[in-house]
Design a protein around this ligand. Structure first.
Ligand code: KG4
Ligand code: ZN
Length: 344
């Protein structure tokens, strides 16, 4: 079964073709809207929807050409149905549902975070179930116990900002361009890790929930106290030192909770996915901590950490193979708890 997938939950148009029989991705491509939203300092939902309208079909044509597949060679279509921006989701869902109807094949709605969670399955040595997944994206920070596709138990999540959101907001305070996460990580490379120490929120009590909104406030206070004159010669270094202290605090906090989750569940593998899992320092620290515990850490390749169609194609294939698909019609959801998904 070859599955065409469309992802349009936020500001990237992602399309992919996955071949289930061969167990491999035939082609995938992402069109990023970063340049479109940059001047606004964040994603403008209406602009995102309109750009998906322009880009989705040409990207489908391009990816199918690269995959060497004609319309008759697709046996199912998967689309991201949520969580995400409703207008943006509707574009991908409408295109996917229409193509499936025209081609006479089933269409399946995929949960965006399930896509992220299963992205490491596209790697040469996929992790084995059960595992603990740390999902760290712009909209979510979750620790999930995963026993199989659709068998998810939420262990903990952020009570306020997601990790990626905290990166983006703090980057903005530091005067960095959108999208802030990667820019902040780059600035942190020049920072002195000993200059400032930020708190590790909610690590002083039991439990696996997170809270990241206080770190952004801490960064703002530190910035105001340390740079009374923004034009001072040492202002650039101070910004880098704050970036480093912020990144260390987020990474440490995630690490402490991951270690706890592995100990609490007895899992031998931890999977990390979502945009923030592209963070180099986070990967290094998780690798080290898991090696100490005799556990394996698995990640998607860097290009599959952030939003893409490949992860939706893989998740969609698993669900179509289990006989799941949608009736003729479609809906999308801004919010959608992952624990309510059917098991495969
Ligand atoms: O998964 P994703 O592409 O989109 C959502 O589903 O939200 O994640 C995007 C988030 C953004 O907040 C972005 O700043 C963050 O991932 N991000 C990073 C890095 N690369 C992307 N955060 C920290 N370090 C990075 N290297
Ligand atoms: Zn995402």
């Amino acid at each position: 079964m070859r599955v065409l997938a469309i992802e349009t939950s936020c500001d990237e148009t992602g399309v992919a073709v996955y071949d289930g029989a061969a167990g491999r991705l035939l082609a995938h491509a992402v069109h990023s809207q970063v340049a479109l939203h940059a001047e606004y300092g964040g994603v403008v939902p209406e602009l995102a929807s309109r750009d998906h309208v322009r880009k989705t079909l040409p990207l489908v044509t391009e990816v199918m050409r690269r995959a060497g597949v004609e319309s008759g060679g697709i046996q199912g279509v998967a689309y991201t149905a949520g969580p995400g921006l409703v207008g943006a989701l509707l574009v991908g869902a409408a295109v996917a549902r229409s193509l499936a109807w025209a081609w006479g094949v089933p269409a399946v709605a995929v949960h965006h975070m399930e896509g992220h969670l299963l992205a490491p399955m596209l790697e040469p040595e996929p992790p084995a179930f059960p595992f603990v997944a740390l999902l760290v994206s712009g909209g979510h920070t979750q620790l999930v116990h995963v026993e199989g596709v659709g068998r998810y138990r939420m262990l903990g999540e952020s009570v306020d900002d997601a990790a990626g959101e905290a990166f983006d907001k703090t980057a903005k305070l530091l005067g960095l361009p959108y999208p802030g996460g990667p820019a902040l990580a780059r600035l942190a490379e020049q920072g002195d890790p000993r200059r400032f120490r930020f708190p590790r929120p909610m690590t002083d009590r039991p439990g696996l929930d997170f809270s990241f909104s206080g770190l952004k406030t801490f960064a703002l206070t530190t910035l105001r106290q340390s740079i009374p004159d923004p034009d001072a010669a040492d202002a650039a270094q101070t910004r880098a030192d704050i970036a480093r202290a912020f990144e260390d605090a987020v990474v440490d906090t995630l690490l402490i909770k991951c270690r706890r989750a592995v100990e609490a569940t007895g899992a031998r593998t931890i999977v990390m996915a979502g945009g923030v899992s592209a963070n180099r320092r986070l990967r290094e620290r998780i690798d080290g901590a898991m090696a100490d515990l005799g556990c394996r850490a698995a990640y998607p390749r860097l290009e599959l950490c952030t939003d893409n169609g490949a992860m939706i194609a893989y998740a969609g294939y698993q669900r179509l193979r289990a006989g799941q698909h949608e009736p003729l019609g479609f809906g999308v959801r801004a919010r959608w708890p992952m624990e309510n998904l059917p098991a495969c």
